[in-house]
Write a protein of this length. Structure first.
Lengths: 327, 574
């Protein structure tokens, strides 16, 4: 088992380097001179060529691409992603101050989606084929197909404008600083409701379908029939024997969804004016803020790697066959 | 070095076509014309009636107090007025810092509301003497001194500041001959040469206190603090979210009526529209779609004032004169006859646009009303092209000459703006007469790069202009890329001479005559085919009184502008 873990970690490190190369090359191949955006796209002819060259030199933009990559990689290893072209602040600082906001939003949405979606999926598997299950399957399919920005607009229109029961945008109200501790929590919670719903409804549908098909797959196995034959109750069959085996594909799903906890909320953050890294990413791309785009891409890549590593490690806990394989 | 004063009217971050770029004075800036309109797909059923405002006893006498809540379409980059770039930066800075001269409602420089009591210009036009208001103070109580003005100028032209937006405006500044007399509050600003637009550039010079801004790293230390001579002082800035300003009790000039200004950052246009309906903000630009669909609803008209006005902005087709086909002026004029302006105004903009006849907008003093708009006449286009040797000899529906077909490539900016529909309209008109137009849609910065280097055959975009009409950066033959923004490679010695003359003529009446002539020359040569001016639409909460528009600059960035607004007592919020 130890060899498995070590091998897995090495793969992770190799993949990381491969990702950095790919991201770096991709970002630099996009048309549009970053210097023009650095000087605000107006200084291009206002500042003398000497000054522009100096700026280029300071950001290593005049060196061959391999050296630029080396410079950047060196920084990445020390968590120094350079300074943003836009406001000259360190990229790490910009990411760090917004990352918690995204995490709060996405983690809560994820938990809501999982808490509702997985049980519904299991319930669907138990009642597979019946009309009520069919109806719920169609409902979830429809839910999953609705585009999130449209749903966001509808929710805003209904709850914030027409009924005026929830705030329209932002993470906190104008009066946030004047509220006491309890009220602050309540204010934050109110602002979370609409964005979380927007993020969760599609994930929910996904979890429901996924866990349903996972459990359905498991129920068809021979050992389930054996368990039933042995006289185990329906509940025990589903829970003790079925669910634990259905966990494995669910862990795969977890491994895939975890990175979205960082990167998946760009549209929602834009619409609800949420100060997260999704919005930061979007703006950085539009303004060709290379350091920020690279920094965020690396962060997402690392998150994905860690998530898939976690998923693989969880397999070990969930599936004894992997543990024994190592022996 | 070029000293142009235009910039593309689009910020990559903005959604509609008035992006947040702002008055750039004499500096080359280009941003691409984006116009995003978010479709409101919300529920269409009847809305619950919105509460009308409570009736006011007396709403004609201004009262003090209250908070005005404004929208920033994007967060400011900095609070340092010398480093500002976008229009949002200027919105905030015009409240915090008073400039040396102000722009009045006609966008002409004035001393009213500025730091200057009076000024004189020397006979040779190279020296400007400003007599500063001795009562003027910064928000920390220190007086505004002539040496602060010199400090500000020095910082602007210092390449280390990277004050890209302003450096070009003062490139003729002569620091050696400039004299500051602190004892008499007088400063003589000297320049190396005469420049007529220079006076207007002073409306962007916002002096900063030397004793504050000489400390620390100039480029990064002033993102969150500000010490200025304006009527407001900074209370707090939450990056990405809001900026709160409070009226200075010790303000030396005419105090604005309202007590606080809260700028909220809302990048999404639809969210901003919902917010202004709810009262979360007091004003926002609205998209054409919202204007068409919602502005006439009575329940909204009870709480919102819908304004529509023109700004210093126009749409145009750029014809690259290095292209052999387009080098001939007759071809350009013929193609211009294929643009159905009336149809565009009626169908694309629902009547909320007006035709352009040349390089200046009807609001500008340089505008020549006698220059005719090129009439829509596709038959004439065909006739002219035939006469020039373009015939459809191989019967494929496309004109050709010397076996080469008449194909044109036009680059436009992608997104939801009107560029796409316009290009398609033009394409179908051209197809009818036998010209094949290929449309290449690019994203903002890719477009920008190709445009700036002149790497296109034709292009469609829009410019935001500055109050001073000097178009040297765009049309002077010395301004071909990379020196300037004459990316259509237009060259006409007559135009060059008029442009040079206009820059040196300080007498306003004589200047008007020069630019009117230039207007006629450029309209005849068609380096651009100027299409329409699109009006901006704005929704302002009815609780704000005295909201006025300037002649070409909208609601803000002129004096008094928003500084004159007031809120009746009953509607004041803390």
């Amino acid at each position: 088992m130890l060899t498995y873990v070590v091998r897995r970690l090495l793969y992770g490190v190799l993949t990381f380097f491969g990702i950095t190369i790919a991201i770096f090359l991709l970002v630099h191949s996009v048309p549009g001179d970053p210097i023009l955006f650095y000087v605000g796209s107006h200084g291009a002819s206002s500042l003398s060529h000497a000054v522009l060259d100096e700026i280029r030199h300071a950001h290593h933009l005049d060196q061959p691409i391999l050296q630029q990559y080396a410079w950047w990689l060196r920084g990445v290893m020390t968590f120094d992603f350079g300074t943003s072209f836009i406001d000259h602040r360190p990229v790490t600082e910009r990411i760090w101050e917004r990352l918690p906001n995204t995490l709060i939003l996405n983690v809560i949405a994820f938990l809501v989606a999982a808490a509702i979606g997985v049980p519904i999926g299991l319930w669907s598997a138990a009642r597979s084929g019946r009309p009520i299950e069919r109806a719920s399957a169609v409902t979830f399919f429809v839910l999953y197909s609705l585009p999130s920005f449209w749903v966001a607009l509808l929710l805003m229109q209904l709850f914030a404008v027409r009924l005026n029961v929830l705030p329209l945008f932002g993470m906190t109200s104008d009066e946030y600083l004047d509220l006491n501790g309890m009220m602050k929590m309540a204010d934050r919670a109110k602002h979370l409701i609409l964005p979380v719903i927007t993020l969760a409804y599609a994930q929910l549908a996904l979890f429901a379908r996924f866990s349903k098909s996972a459990l359905t797959e498991v129920i068809r196995q021979d050992y389930i029939t054996t368990a039933r034959a042995k006289g185990a109750t329906n509940g025990a069959v589903l829970w003790r024997h079925g669910f634990r085996n259905a966990l494995i594909p669910l862990i795969t799903l977890l491994g895939i969804t975890l990175p979205y906890l960082i990167s998946g909320s760009v549209i929602v953050e834009q619409i609800f004016q949420w100060d997260g890294i999704g919005r930061l990413y979007f703006e950085a791309i539009l303004t060709r803020d290379y350091p920020t785009v690279l920094g965020l891409s690396v962060a997402t890549a690392v998150a994905t790697l860690i998530a898939s590593l976690l998923a693989d490690l969880l397999y070990i806990a969930a599936d004894p066959r992997i543990r024994l394989e190592g022996k | 070095m070029a000293s142009g004063q235009v910039r593309l009217s689009a910020d990559p971050l903005t959604t509609d076509h008035w992006p947040l770029t702002t008055y750039t004075g004499g500096v080359n800036r280009i941003r691409v014309a984006f116009a995003f309109s978010l479709l409101l797909l919300g529920a269409c059923s009847k809305e619950r009636p919105v509460q009308p405002l409570a009736p006011i006893a007396d709403d004609t006498t201004p009262v003090d107090g209250g908070t005005v809540i404004r929208r920033l379409e994007g967060d400011v980059k900095t609070l340092n007025p010398l480093l500002s770039e976008t229009r949002y930066d200027h919105y905030v800075e015009s409240c915090l810092f008073t400039p040396l001269l102000q722009l009045d409602a006609n966008l002409l420089p004035t001393t009213t509301g500025s730091l200057t009591d009076k000024y004189e210009i020397s006979a040779d036009g190279k020296e400007y003497t400003f007599h500063l208001n001795p009562k003027a103070t910064f928000s920390d109580g220190s007086p505004v001194r002539a040496s602060d003005v010199v400090f500000t100028l020095a910082k602007i032209v210092d390449p280390k500041s990277e004050a890209a937006q302003f450096a070009g405006m003062f490139e003729l500044w002569d620091p050696v001959k400039t004299r500051a007399d602190d004892a008499h509050n007088t400063i003589v600003v000297a320049f190396k040469d005469i420049l007529a637009p220079q006076l207007t550039f002073f409306t962007l010079l916002r002096p900063i206190p030397q004793h504050v801004y000489s400390q620390g790293d100039f480029k990064t230390a002033y993102n969150m603090t500000a010490v200025g001579s304006g009527p407001f002082k900074l209370v707090r800035r939450v990056p990405g979210k809001e900026i709160l300003l409070e009226r200075r009790a010790d303000f030396w000039g005419v105090k604005p009526h309202f007590q606080n200004v809260l700028f909220k950052v809302i990048t999404d246009d639809n969210t901003a529209w919902q917010a202004v309906k709810r009262g979360d903000i007091d004003e926002t630009m609205i998209t054409s779609d919202v204007w068409m669909a919602e502005s006439r609803r009575p329940e909204l008209q009870k709480i919102l004032d819908f304004r529509r006005f023109y700004t210093l902005n126009y749409n145009f087709i750029g014809w690259n004169e290095h292209d052999p086909i387009l080098a001939d002026k007759r071809v350009r004029r013929a193609l211009a006859s294929c643009v159905d302006l009336q149809s565009i105004i009626t169908n694309l903009y629902h009547g909320t646009a007006r035709a352009m006849n040349g390089p200046f907008t009807p609001d500008q003093w340089a505008y020549n009303p006698e220059v005719p708009v090129i009439q829509y006449d596709p038959a004439e286009t065909k006739r002219v092209l035939n006469a020039l040797g373009w015939m459809d000899t191989d019967g494929d529906g496309i004109l050709d000459k010397n076996k080469k077909p008449f194909t044109l490539d036009m680059i436009i900016v992608g997104g939801n703006g009107p560029s796409g529909p316009f290009a398609q309209l033009f394409q179908s008109e051209l197809k009818n007469i036998g010209v094949e137009l290929k449309i290449t849609t690019l994203d903002g910065s890719a477009f920008f790069e190709r445009f700036m280097s002149g790497n296109f055959q034709s292009c469609f975009l829009s410019w935001d202009l500055d109050p001073d009409p000097d178009p040297r950066a765009l049309f002077h033959s010395s301004q071909f890329p990379p020196n300037g923004q004459n990316t259509v490679f237009y060259k006409n010695p007559t135009a060059d001479a008029l442009i040079d003359q206009g820059r040196r003529e300080l007498d306003h009446t004589k200047r008007i005559a020069i630019y009117r002539q230039l207007h006629a020359v450029l309209a005849d040569d068609q380096p651009y085919t100027w299409t329409v001016q699109v009006s901006l639409k704005w929704a302002v909460s009815k609780r704000i009184r005295n909201v006025k528009e300037s002649k070409g600059w909208g609601l803000y960035l002129w004096y008094p502008g928003e500084l004159d607004w007031w809120i009746p007592l009953a509607q004041q919020k803390k």
